[in-house]
Design a protein around this ligand. Structure first.
Ligand SMILES: Cc1cc2nc3c(=O)[nH]c(=O)nc-3n(C[C@H](O)[C@H](O)[C@H](O)COP(=O)(O)OP(=O)(O)OC[C@H]3O[C@@H](n4cnc5c(N)ncnc54)[C@H](O)[C@@H]3O)c2cc1C
Length: 380
């Protein structure tokens, strides 16, 4: 590794890899540092795999804009490559008159955000589309779908590599300090460790992104600036037998108030397997285990709109941890994606709180960050 490089990215999840693929062109030396042996072992392999349409997020937020843009970019990418995806469509189903009223506001929000093709369905129209679903009304989102996120990450890694970016696995960032010409990055690897200087440093460290911002302690107090993450666990239960074939679209409830999550929903993967999730529970530790403990909660959450599900159909499957800026009981927070130049750290770019719809938004986040990088490098 050279002593001075142009761009260093911390983290080879879907976001770090998408950014690497985008910024690696233009003859720049780009390094991606990843503490695990392979890419995407943390948040990017423990999610629903849904290409969201951009319905839920506050108007003009980065979440809304980058989700809508990412949705389009992902479908284009899948068409041009061998990445598996399917535009399944999705239904947000109301099971009461009160919920049906909430659908109106949700539809308006989605339309304002630019989510394409949303349509309000009556109970009769819902039955025609999905005869096994119970509901009094629904929103149909035809642009929602599912994607093979591992193939997507492989695609970004290959593209980054073909532009000479290097991904160093088993390489953990343990120190960051301001240095002449950029930032000195200290890493620990299998052979001990080393350090080098990078002109631009991009923090895509997912669940550790607040820690990385703190590591560059020269200027950022993560509590003062609101960067401290709260871990929020989402569990999934698989649905056994042939019941997965009883719906052909992704089925969501009307989201609970506060938008901590979008509610336990039906996820169908590219092989047609059905699972339910993710639940919402703030936790202190990263522990991915799932037991029967919350099975009743899952059953109760879906039985209103999925009458064909029996309690015994549900089996604990997997879980993921969300990197939330929004603490328990707080309002929804937007993604943090910024160059910290105004805090005296030019060329240090923080991406923090990249929870859902981060998978969908990844290619749009990469374009956004590439603009920031061009600006930083042209000014240095
Ligand atoms: C339960 C759940 C369901 C979700 N469902 C969806 C969905 O359906 N659709 C959607 O669009 N989004 C979804 N998301 C969000 C999406 O999965 C994430 O936004 C996205 O995967 C985040 O990617 P990332 O690259 O930021 O993080 P990660 O994939 O976690 O990557 C960060 C990487 O940084 C590395 N790292 C951390 N610290 C260091 C260090 N010091 N040195 C070196 N490497 C380091 C980690 O090892 C990791 O590989 C979901 C998330 C969860 C948790």
């Amino acid at each position: 590794m050279q002593d001075l490089v142009d761009i260093t990215i911390i983290g080879a999840g879907v976001v770090g890899l998408a950014v690497a693929a985008k910024v690696a062109a233009k003859n720049r030396q780009v390094y991606v540092l990843e503490r695990h042996a392979t890419a995407g072992q943390e948040i990017s392999s423990r999610h629903s795999g849904i290409i969201h349409a951009g319905i839920y997020y506050p108007e003009n937020s980065l979440k809304a804009k980058l989700c809508v843009a990412g949705n389009r970019l992902l479908y284009e990418l899948c068409q041009q490559s061998s990445i598996g995806c399917k535009k399944t469509g999705k239904l947000i189903v109301a099971t009461s008159k009160e919920e049906a009223e909430e659908l109106e506001a949700l539809m308006e929000k989605g339309n304002k955000n630019g989510a394409n093709g949303l349509k309000m369905l009556s109970a009769k129209m819902l039955k025609q589309l999905e005869p096994n679903i119970e509901g009094v009304a629904a929103i149909l989102s035809p642009e929602t779908g599912i994607i093979d996120s591992h193939a997507l990450m492989k695609h970004f890694a290959t593209r980054a590599g073909s532009e000479q970016a290097q991904i160093a696995y088993m390489t953990e960032v343990v120190g960051i300090e301001r240095a002449d010409g950029g930032y000195r990055v200290e890493v620990k690897d299998g052979e001990g460790g080393f350090s080098f200087i990078t002109r631009v440093l991009i923090n895509c460290a997912g669940l550790s992104s607040d820690k990385m911002a703190e590591l560059a302690g020269i200027g950022i107090d993560i509590d003062d600036v609101g960067y401290r993450l709260h871990y929020c666990k989402g569990e999934y239960f698989s649905v056994s037998g042939d019941k997965g074939k009883m719906v052909s679209r992704l089925i969501f409830p009307v989201p609970p108030p506060g938008l901590t999550g979008v509610g336990i929903h039906v996820v169908i993967d590219l092989d047609g397997r059905m699972r339910l999730g993710p639940s919402i529970r703030y936790v202190d530790e990263i522990d991915y285990s799932v037991t029967d403990e919350h099975k009743q909660l899952f059953y109760d959450s879906v039985k209103g709109f999925l009458p064909f599900i029996d309690y015994d159909d549900l089996q604990p499957e997997m879980s993921g941890i969300r990197p939330k800026l929004q603490g328990p009981g707080e309002d929804i927070r937007d993604f943090v994606i910024r160059d910290e130049g105004d805090r005296g750290l030019p060329g240090f770019m923080n991406l923090i709180g990249i929870e859902s719809p981060g998978l969908t938004a990844a290619p749009a986040i990469a374009e956004y960050v590439a603009g920031m990088v061009d600006e930083a490098l042209s000014g240095s």
